[in-house]
Design a protein around this ligand. Structure first.
Ligand code: ATP
Ligand code: MG
Length: 183
């Protein structure tokens, strides 16, 4: 299973529908400061179910909606559509009955977020499960945000260990051990 296309509408600086085609191999995104490169990475995290404002670089959930510019009014919703090629049929059980998967997340002002997977309503949890294997997912360490490397270098040993444990995919074990000890 791999990403094949992202479509952003009203998401941060991408007010008009914008497609990012992701072909096999390496995809590079280049452009001047402030043109929206980091916003693309945030769109990818967001459609996979990311909700932490610290990661989304905004104060609240609705800050991902295009806020308006001198010549354009603000929008009332933001939407990201993520297309995935599943011809290898490696999607998790429950999502694995088609060669193509389409996940949509939309947030509407004063209403909140809604998700669809292949046209059917889905919960945030379903979408997070779809992407929950070690190498993808909204919380994946495979997505390295701007400034993260500096954070890693400057982190105190305990905080650095936490980041490395998350990257190694073992942080869930502590949670399970904690639960087992409570029983
Ligand atoms: P750099 O090279 O400096 O890292 P970048 O290409 O990563 O830049 P981004 O951080 O993705 O740029 O984009 C920042 C731009 O997105 C800013 O111009 C900011 O005003 C705009 N932006 C962010 N959120 C919104 C929003 N909700 N509505 C409108 N514009 C937004
Ligand atoms: Mg950036």
């Amino acid at each position: 299973m791999h990403f094949s296309k992202l479509r952003l509408t009203g998401f941060k600086s991408f007010v008009d529908p914008t497609d990012l085609i992701i072909t096999d191999g390496l995809t590079g995104v280049v452009g001047p400061n402030g043109c929206g490169k980091s916003n693309l990475l945030e769109a990818l995290r967001w459609v996979m179910g990311e909700n932490r404002p610290s990661i989304m670089r905004g104060g609240g959930m609705e800050d991902v909606i295009f806020a308006g510019a001198a010549s354009r009014p603000a929008r009332n919703f933001a939407e990201v559509v993520c297309h995935m090629d599943n011809s290898d049929r490696l999607a998790p059980a429950g999502f694995n009955d088609a060669d193509h998967l389409e996940v949509i997340r939309r947030i509407t002002r004063d209403v909140g977020s809604a998700y669809k997977v292949n046209g059917k309503d889905a919960r945030a949890k379903d979408v997070q499960m779809l992407f929950a294997d070690a190498s993808t997912g909204a919380h994946s360490q495979a997505l390295v945000s701007q400034g993260k490397i500096t954070d890693l270098i400057n982190a105190k040993p305990k905080a650095r260990r936490k980041i490395l444990e998350e990257a190694a995919g073992i942080s869930g074990l502590y949670q399970r051990r904690h639960e087992a000890e409570l029983k």
